[in-house]
Design a protein around this ligand. Sequence first.
Ligand SMILES: [Zn+2]
Length: 244
Amino acid sequence: MSNWQEEKAKKNRQALARLTTALPRIFPPVVLSHALGRPFVPPTPRLAIDAYWRAHPLRADRLARALAARGNAPDGWLWQVSPDRKSGLPATFRTPPAPYRERAHARGPGFCCVCGQPVYRFGWHADLWRAGANKNATWHCACVTAWQFWNAPSEQVRLLRRLQARRCGQTGRRLWRTAEVDHRVPLFRVWSEHRHTPWPALLDYWGLPNLQVINRDAHAAKCAAEARDRRATRALRAEVADRS
Ligand SMILES: [Zn+2]
């Protein structure tokens, strides 16, 4: 074994010993088997859970939306954006709407600011330990990964390409290396036309149901068509306003 391999094996033995000592009697088996199969074993249960969700962003996306679907938006909440940072609102419509991240509606420690549901030990979403909500947490580990995925889906382009069997979501042709991640319903249209969709259904526009990988030329054509539509809608609105 090379020095590097010896070093890695030693680190892994130490990490495994730490993990085994810290591991509670009850622990999600899928997370444990994922941790033990890593090239570098995560040394704590919490890191094992983080690593599991980071490796499965689509599962995290599905779970975060399912958790959010257990509740509703707070009474009186409306999806709003504001360039004023002090407002505590998202600066742009590109950020997924998350009422419980807004100061006015935050549920406080023990609740996830993305989905609004209780957070349990190790940032897990179910109380496997019957220990009640974890008052030190304001995010589920799964929701952290989902949030990153919703905000930067392009980082998972390889995963999404595989899911589409490397075919362009728009034309069905083979995907080029330069293919891009696209929101089927563009986010500007979600804001202008679907803004009043009740939360949490709104989140689907950021999740897998609204994502596709398409070739660059198809993407450019789609954007041009969307821009044409927008111009036509504006012209029509102006005409209607002139007549009234
Ligand atoms: Zn959550």
